[in-house]
Unconditional design. Structure first.
Length: 429
């Protein structure tokens, strides 16, 4: 079971270089588990015991199954995560021709750790919008192959490189795609038209616009002398999306369960499909009874907001509070911040801890050092949008927001186990 679970995670990570692809990967797995797609623009005819999913902007997804027990009696069980990760996005007029090289101008999406982007074999993926037979349509593309690289400057040309190096994203990040003869002119939209023809078998009349990001072509891998770790891009937060999905599929059918994975968390969640928008509430209002009953249901419900936590790094242990240094492979972390950067309270934390104890899952807690600023996530945003009780948790990781992050391989099992127990739990506090 464990090997299968880990292999499933690696496949999911490799198939999901962008939030668009992550949403597609989740949808495919939901379809295979009997979930049916609902179109937000069409009327819905939901059946008791039905399993459904909805996507918005092709980059956010909500899956739900209607339980045997009426939601007004039992509340609903929600798990939330996000589909996006920090990365480099291609600018609208990106072509640069300098020193005979074809480069693309990029914008930094989210709080990316920039140094690890150098000297990686990069590819490009995302969504392209085009005109075809007079209609405007969109498709996802993925070049798969390493088509670009951002070479470092040799240390001989910057002797101070190891003493601290400020990266200017405008000047230093444009990846190199090719060498061009002086007579050649780079045309990025023509390149995208070729890619659409190759991947989807048609020639667009014109490529109109796109949301494309670079990604590392090195596959996700199990690493360490004893296979203790998983190394991959986008573990924050596809690891939680995957664990939530597995738990939803593995849980029993008694309770109404929801998995919500939204885009734009890394830039504040404020969008039509982000956690700070109306997506979740609009779906729940259509899926659940209305009026008083809707409020009664939400007040009986609980959200587990799953997003990665910072494991204590042996080389930088003083970055953690001495009593709150989560270790990799020692279980999910309950994240607490009295200033509400996390939505956890004693009731929701206590319940999550109880679930872990009942299911023999180790559990840890995290609070940031009192002299450092605390991160945040979708938990407080969803709690304030919906008025639902929330606990913020996540698996401890290293190198968060790097192009290659590190998590504990045993923790995947831990998280799936406790989330499955949560979805199946007959009583909420
Ligand atoms: Zn995150």
């Amino acid at each position: 079971m464990r090997e299968e679970l880990i292999q499933g995670l690696l496949d999911f990570l490799n198939a999901s270089p962008t939030p668009f692809h992550a949403t597609t990967s989740l949808a495919m797995r939901l379809e295979a588990a009997g979930y049916r797609h609902l179109d937000e623009r069409a009327p819905w005819h939901l059946e008791a015991g039905g399993r459904y999913y909805v996507t918005r902007n092709d980059s956010s997804i909500i899956a739900f199954k209607l339980g045997n027990r009426p939601a007004v009696d039992g509340g609903i069980r929600l798990v939330g995560a996000h589909t996006d990760s920090p990365c480099l996005r291609v600018k609208p007029s990106p072509e640069l021709q300098r020193q005979g090289y074809f480069q693309l101008g990029v914008e930094v999406y989210g709080g990316a750790l920039l140094a690890p982007w150098f000297d990686r074999d990069l590819s490009l993926a995302g969504r392209v919008t085009y005109r075809r037979d007079g209609k405007v349509e969109s498709q996802l593309i993925d070049f798969y192959q390493p088509i670009a690289v951002i070479p470092s400057l040799a240390i001989h040309l910057n002797r101070e490189a190891n003493q601290g190096w400020a990266i200017n994203p405008q000047n230093e990040l444009p990846p190199i795609l090719a060498q061009l003869a002086s007579s050649e002119t780079a045309d990025f939209r023509a390149l995208l038209a070729e890619q659409l023809a190759m991947e989807h078998d048609f020639n667009p009349d014109a490529v109109l616009d796109y949301e494309l990001s670079f990604y590392d072509t090195q596959s996700a891998a199990i690493v360490g002398l004893n296979q203790d770790f998983i190394a991959s891009a986008r573990l924050d937060n596809l690891l939680s999306c995957y664990a939530g999905l597995q738990a939803l599929i593995d849980s029993d059918d008694e309770e109404t369960c929801v998995l919500v994975c939204t885009d734009h968390e890394e830039v504040g969640s404020c969008s039509a499909c982000g956690a700070d928008g109306p997506f979740l509430e609009q779906v729940l209002r259509r899926a659940l009874p209305g009026g008083d009953d809707f409020v009664r249901i939400i007040q009986r419900s609980l959200l587990v907001s799953a997003d990665n936590a910072h494991g204590v790094h042996p080389n930088y242990a003083d970055k953690h509070d001495g009593n709150h240094g989560p270790k990799l492979n020692a279980g999910p972390v309950i994240k607490i911040n009295s200033n509400q950067r996390y939505a956890t309270n004693s009731e929701t934390a206590g319940f999550f801890r109880h679930l872990c104890l009942e299911n023999e899952v180790p559990v840890q807690s995290f609070v940031v050092r009192s002299d450092m600023a605390c991160g945040s996530t979708i938990g407080p945003i969803t709690a304030s949008q919906l008025g639902v009780r929330t606990v913020d948790i996540g698996l401890p990781t290293f190198a968060m927001h790097s192009i290659r992050e590190l998590a504990g391989s045993h923790d995947v099992d831990h998280l799936v186990k406790v989330l499955t127990a949560f979805y199946s739990s007959p009583e909420l506090p």
